[in-house]
Design a protein around this ligand. Structure first.
Ligand SMILES: C[S@@+](CC[C@H](N)C(=O)[O-])C[C@H]1O[C@@H](n2cnc3c(N)ncnc32)[C@H](O)[C@@H]1O
Length: 391
């Protein structure tokens, strides 16, 4: 049954390929069962953030089940999701220590132990305030886990890469003092100048912080030169020269040395320990107030980018305040979210309307100027005895 209050018409300006969403209000087991007919093998990335069974919850949802009851609840939903997952797809379930070990064994059974991809530890809070109250009895809990399984086929992930941090990187950054004024010109004609001088000439601030910020922003034209055997064997009557290696790799020869571009040396690949995502002041991120349980858009962006490509279909069957759909939409993915609580109307639909209209102002979009807008979503609910396929 279509629910206009949960929908947002596709914007007239949206081109083909703009993201589309489906927002379902109801118990996820019923909705998943009904969706199964149409969606078999279609979903590329499932993200689940179920109640952790720790008696937390908030005014919108309860989190109180017996251990066995919680496991049965999860098993039914994981088994309903499995046929919808593409063989090349990934499912990622977030959980804390209370049920983590049991959930992992359950997921081994449902998805196959051989399809375990990673168990990521993610820092989810700060060591402060109330966390420190019982520090004489047990260490404060600041981590959660992401259990990731593949759909059984040839699964590939995009390993996340992040900006390097720390003193070592700051020292390395200092080597890069020069820049190319116009990198679109032919290499031989490049004018190389000091960054500080360039900023001064342009009448801009040239203190250390401004220079550092410029380097990171303009990293594609910030350069340094280093010794290289290949380059030292080449001569030229010019200061710069483009050199292509026998294997087709393009280098820039710079007075007998190799030119390095900062953009190629400022990121590192992450392992399975994520401690860099801020969890402070999330309550109103995306304009949706939702105390407890809400996840950072930056975390969802990392999971979605790791597990899918633009245009893929993303599912979240425990939508909460709608973080997954909001981020999926902005990253150009189609999405399905299911939520049983009334915050489907009060939180998720308005949040997604703001995303479609480009006015959500969430932190995730701050560093993502290419963030996708437009598109639209349709809202549904299962009527008594109705099947979802009609929608
Ligand atoms: C921890 S919250 C999810 C928070 C979400 N990741 C976010 O960032 O806002 C869990 C959500 O699952 C919903 N939920 C619990 N049981 C459900 C069920 N059987 N069907 C659909 N939604 C359910 C709750 O109402 C709650 O909103």
């Amino acid at each position: 049954m279509k629910v206009p209050a949960l929908s947002h018409e596709v914007a007239a300006t949206s081109g083909d390929g703009a993201p589309r969403g489906e927002l379902w209000r109801g118990d996820n087991l019923g909705v998943l069962g009904a969706l199964g007919h149409d969606l078999e093998g279609q979903i590329k990335c499932v993200y689940l953030d179920p109640p952790y069974n720790i008696r937390s919850g908030n005014q919108h949802y309860a989190d109180r089940r017996g251990h066995q009851q919680w496991l049965d609840f999860m098993e039914a939903r994981l088994r309903a999701i499995k046929p919808l997952l593409s063989p090349e797809g990934l499912i990622c379930v977030q959980i804390d220590d209370a049920e983590m070990a049991y959930l992992q064994i359950l997921m081994d059974e449902v998805f196959g132990r051989a399809n375990r991809v990673n168990t990521i530890t993610v820092k989810m809070s700060e060591l402060s305030g109330v966390k420190m109250t019982h520090v004489d009895r047990r260490l404060p809990k600041i981590k959660e886990s992401l259990l990731i399984y593949g759909g059984g086929g040839d699964v590939r992930i995009h390993a996340p890469r992040v900006l390097k941090t720390g003193e070592k990187f700051e020292r390395y950054l200092k080597y890069y003092g020069k820049m190319i004024v116009d990198p679109t010109a032919p290499v031989e004609a490049w004018e190389i100048v000091s960054i500080r001088e360039y900023l001064k000439r342009a009448g801009e601030a040239a203190d250390s912080d401004s220079v550092r910020a410029f380097k990171l922003k303009e990293a594609h034209r910030v350069v340094y030169r280093t010794n290289s055997k290949l380059m030292s064997s080449i001569t030229s009557d010019r200061a710069l020269k483009e050199v292509v290696s026998p294997t087709g790799i393009r280098y820039v020869w710079w007075e007998g040395k190799e030119m390095l571009f900062l953009k190629d040396h400022m990121h590192e690949t992450l392992g399975d320990l994520w401690t860099d995502i801020s969890t402070i002041n999330l309550n109103k991120e995306g304009g949706a107030e939702f105390v407890n349980g809400k996840k950072p858009e930056a975390l969802l962006a990392r999971v979605i980018e790791m597990c899918s490509e633009p245009g893929d279909l993303i599912l979240d069957a425990f939508a909460g305040s709608g973080t997954t759909g909001a981020v999926a939409h902005k990253l150009g993915r189609d999405w399905i979210m299911i939520e049983s609580g009334e915050h489907c109307e009060t939180h998720i639909a308005p949040r997604l309307r703001a995303v479609v209209g480009g006015v959500d102002g969430a932190a995730e979009s701050k560093d993502r100027p290419s963030s996708v807008r437009g598109g639209g979503f349709a809202g549904f609910a299962l009527a008594d005895g109705e099947s979802a396929s009609a929608c």
